[in-house]
Design a protein around this ligand. Sequence first.
Ligand SMILES: [Zn+2]
Length: 188
Amino acid sequence: MLLDLKHSRALHRQHQARKTPLLIFTASDVVGMADALRREFFPTVSISPEVIFTNGSFLGCISRTPPAPESLICLHDILNSPDVPEQVLRHILTHELIHLIVAPREVDGKVTTHPPEFWQLENDLCPERSWIWEWLWDNFHSCLLIDKKNECIKVKRDWRKRTHLQCRSLDEIISAAPRHQHPEGIGI
Ligand SMILES: [Zn+2]
């Protein structure tokens, strides 16, 4: 019950944060990247998503109100830095775009937004996902919370005090074997 209350507060905070998009400081053009990904991997998605950075609750999320074709991807401000590798942003955008074509469904008596076909497609489109998560945990481990019940990764409110990029590049991570896998069943 307490967790549910916390989650509803997190949803409210995310909703509020959407109203004040932040200036973008990434080295990559995330809006162009999302459109390129849509055209390459998701041709049935007719309109490119809007992409904004917010100081909300979630590392990344996508919202859409059917039947409107428009969608909005919110990336957390913790990713809004020229030090965040392009591959990390691309992976999170791809994850969010998959939500547009893989519907939530019941698995083992529980409705999940990440059914097995979601993970299969993500694995097909992002074979480097374990390195991406290695980089994220390396740099933001003290800032991120896994909310398994609600299938999301939350960013702690005081993340600015905790974050200090370790500057281990993605190439360094790829050249070493990943230490751990992104836990199954956890979304972004
Ligand atoms: Zn997800």
